[in-house]
Design a binder for this molecule. Sequence first.
Ligand code: ATP
Length: 259
Amino acid sequence: MLTAPILTARGLVKRYGRVTALDHADFDLYPGEILAVIGDNGAGKSSMIKAISGAITPDEGEIRLQGQVINFRSPIEARKAGIETVYQNLALSPALSIADNMFLGRELRKPGVMGQWFRKLDRSAMEKFARDKLSELGLMTIQNINQAVETLSGGQRQGVAVARAAAFGSKVIILDEPTAALGVKESRRVLELILDVRRRGIPIVLISHNMPHVFEVADRIHIHRLGRRLTVINPKDYTMSDAVAFMTGAKLPAEAIAA
Ligand SMILES: Nc1ncnc2c1ncn2[C@@H]1O[C@H](COP(=O)(O)OP(=O)(O)OP(=O)(O)O)[C@@H](O)[C@H]1O
């Protein structure tokens, strides 16, 4: 690949007591791609994503965003730098509306002379922004922007979380098992949404155990095993059973595309 990666990690190590969750793990994400991350339970996928998104601090190793070394001390710092992570629990507030959820922690306020926190919320601006973003991503089956998130279907909730991540000028979106809790139809909409986000030029890291979904949307597949990257494959060159065999150690990849 000729372009430079947007996000890289080299030699990440994370130990929890005697357990080594990351054992010199490497990672590369290129602009505009969907990179799937697969691996057996306990392989260290979540630990790697948490290190990249500021949720944990690695014991060793280096992470770079657009060539600059980063040392996030919290997920908020990662978000500010443009790395948005949608965790499985989505981090939405069920009782709040869609519009309010889109702006959780970064509400728009009306201009005023008082300090930022004394100014009134600019509800109409937030509603318009939320409506525009959802419609850009083809999510306007959601009729009412003031609907509480708890009244939405699982797929729609996932949609709101992804739209929120895409809306705030993200450089990278990380999705942790976005279809795990969804039915067939809802999964389909989320996969379409992922492809839409890529069309808008934002690279996506997709952690998933669902091989058909991975093979359907991923440009490259990072295979994680025993705390480190085993290889990266092009889904066009391998079958799902090859990928599972690499993941579980039943087979070793004869060749890997440049990672
Ligand atoms: N906070 C923690 N304390 C102790 N051990 C941990 C902690 N987090 C992860 N581990 C251990 O680190 C190893 C890697 O876990 P991790 O969650 O990163 O794997 P994973 O590939 O995401 O697994 P899964 O697919 O099951 O979610 C496992 O052995 C796990 O038990």
